[in-house]
Design a binder for this molecule. Structure first.
Ligand SMILES: [Cu+2]
Length: 132
């Protein structure tokens, strides 16, 4: 398995990655996580309001890569809504990405979905979090 990434200094000179358009998940279809691996380093605990996270994407062989596109989507299943803000994913050395603002405007259960695409490969990571 891929080790958890640790907080490190963030490089200057940032470029905002173009976010791919949201893809509505079709109900009933089997979940396909793809072949790319996505690791997320997030603060503990997460707070209500703005958070920041670090992401790393790796090929199926485990080599860290810069994805063609990467997006993070926040969703609160109990209420059927997303975040009030769109996380900006900024490439940092590693390679990896700084995600901010990761905004949970309400307490409760949230679902974080990260989708990365590189060439004809993709990866999807879904993480359930609880905001106090
Ligand atoms: Cu809500």
């Amino acid at each position: 398995m891929w080790p958890t990434i640790h907080t490190r200094s963030i490089g200057a000179g940032t470029v905002v990655v173009a976010l791919a358009s949201c893809q509505a998940s079709a109900g009933g279809e089997p979940f396909d996580p793809g072949t790319l691996a996505i690791a997320v380093d997030m603060p503990e605990p997460l707070v209500k309001g703005r958070n920041r996270m670090f992401l790393e994407v790796a090929s199926a062989e485990g080599t860290p890569i810069v994805a063609d596109t990467i997006e993070m989507e926040l969703y609160m299943p109990a209420h059927g809504h997303g975040s009030t803000e769109t996380p900006q994913l900024t490439p940092v050395e590693g390679p990896g990405y700084l995600a901010e603002p990761v905004t949970f405007q309400m307490s409760g259960a949230w679902e974080i979905t990260i989708t990365a695409v590189s060439g004809d490969e993709f990866g999807v990571e879904v993480i359930d979090v609880e905001i106090e």
